[in-house]
Design a protein around this ligand. Structure first.
Ligand SMILES: Cc1ncc(COP(=O)(O)O)c(C=O)c1O
Length: 391
């Protein structure tokens, strides 16, 4: 019997090592990794320059404390702000913590404006994490059930629906912020209309609200830009990051700009591990390698190759509802639940994921090669057609 708490429905496989986009199990079987630890292993596995940088950092310093100056944090914050146009950064260890920071920041921003019960607009089918505040912000009853009472102060609207937001604006003077994923990950690779964020920016400005983007899954080059909002002309007030930022080393970040800047003062927020030298080196090295190896352009090109390939081979197949995505964040929606495809793919040596019951989710590492993308098409398309042709 396992002594681990029973929190995951795990696949029947354990990996011993990896290289690039490949993982091996103890029997020597090899698997093509089209999931990257759910958008985490940006640089794939055992990236030589990444592991060398971590070795050097580990042998020098892993952790000090945020009661001291941490130069690696300054460097990482400079780099993140230079890449994003944001002004300041709080460093933590995960996506839910980054979102907790954002939620706290929005509440404090509201209190500073004299709003006693600040509310944040959140979306249906959103996923923001599993702490009490972030599961309350999440738009999925399965994540919330059993953990009531939920944290108050969230107003839910449908995703990609500006009219719903305008309606809340008319009736709710307590709103201080909107929290939205530019592409919903767990919700099924669901995308916003290309003008949505620009119009939402205007609404937020009209009402003095913070525009807060959860880029935990879609950020760090995955969509072909450093951050998904950079496909538009806007700048958010708050952005959260984690997952791919440290290429597997836990690191999260909450960034602020404009009217959100300067909200936190010493003592308002903190984290023991947040932004330690090891985590910051992992993040800085990830960003430097993405930059140096031009992996954002690569994500765009390879994403287009994959989307075109899937559309050509699956677009007309009965039962395939939509094929959508941006860069290396791709969803194939079927007209029926398809969770069992994960195990069928695993048996053939392919790692994929199914989310929202009926959406095949692909999040390969940004070092995925053209040949590996071709292999992904060649392995996955017959699995999907075979699955759909069954009664
Ligand atoms: C958009 C988004 N936000 C937040 C989270 C939570 O991140 P973490 O599991 O690191 O707490 C996730 C995780 O899947 C996510 O996809």
């Amino acid at each position: 019997m396992s002594h681990l708490m029973n929190t995951y429905a795990r696949q029947p496989v354990a990996f011993t090592h990896g290289e690039g986009a490949w993982l091996w199990d103890a029997s020597g079987k090899r698997y093509l990794d089209a999931l990257a630890g759910i958008a985490v292993n940006t640089l794939g596995h055992a990236h030589p320059r990444f592991t060398a940088a971590l070795h050097t950092q580990i042998s020098r310093l892993i952790h000090v404390s945020n009661v001291y100056q941490v130069h690696e944090q300054e460097q990482l914050a400079d780099k993140l702000c230079a890449l994003s146009g944001m002004d300041e950064v709080f460093l933590c260890n995960s996506g839910c913590e980054a979102n907790e920071a954002a939620i706290k920041l929005a509440r404090m921003y509201g209190h500073n404006k004299g709003i006693e019960n600040p509310a944040i607009i959140v979306m249906e089918k959103a996923f923001h994490g599993r702490t009490l505040a972030t599961l309350s912000a999440t738009g999925n009853r399965k994540v919330q059930a059993g953990f009531e009472p939920l944290v108050k102060g969230f107003v839910r609207v449908p995703y990609d629906d500006l009219a719903a937001i305008r309606q809340v604006a008319e009736h709710n003077p307590d709103v201080v912020a909107v929290l939205v994923e530019p592409i919903q990950g767990e919700g099924g690779i669901r995308m916003l209309d290309i003008h949505y964020l620009e119009q939402l920016r205007q609404i937020c400005d009209q009402h003095g609200w913070l525009l807060m983007l959860d880029e935990v899954q879609c950020g760090i080059g995955r969509t072909g830009k450093w951050f998904a909002f950079q496909h538009t002309g806007i700048l958010p007030d708050v952005m959260t990051l984690a997952k791919g930022l440290g290429s597997g080393v836990p690191v999260g970040a909450c960034l602020a700009a404009g009217k959100a800047t300067g909200t936190f003062k010493p003592g308002n927020h903190g984290s023991t591990f947040g932004g330690n030298p090891l985590a910051c080196t992992a993040a800085l090295t990830t960003l430097n390698i993405l930059d140096h190896d031009k992996l954002l352009d690569h994500a765009t090109n390879l994403g287009n190759f994959l989307l075109n390939g899937f559309r050509e081979r699956l677009g007309q197949v009965a039962g395939v509802t939509t094929i959508r995505g941006q860069g290396l964040m791709i969803g194939i929606e079927l007209n029926k639940p398809c969770g069992e495809l994960v195990q069928r793919a695993l048996a053939q040596g392919l790692l994929i994921n199914v989310t929202a019951d009926n959406v095949i989710r692909l999040l390969p590492p940004l070092v995925f090669s053209q040949a590996e993308a071709q292999q992904l098409l060649d392995m996955l398309c017959p699995l999907v057609t075979g699955f759909l042709s069954q009664a």
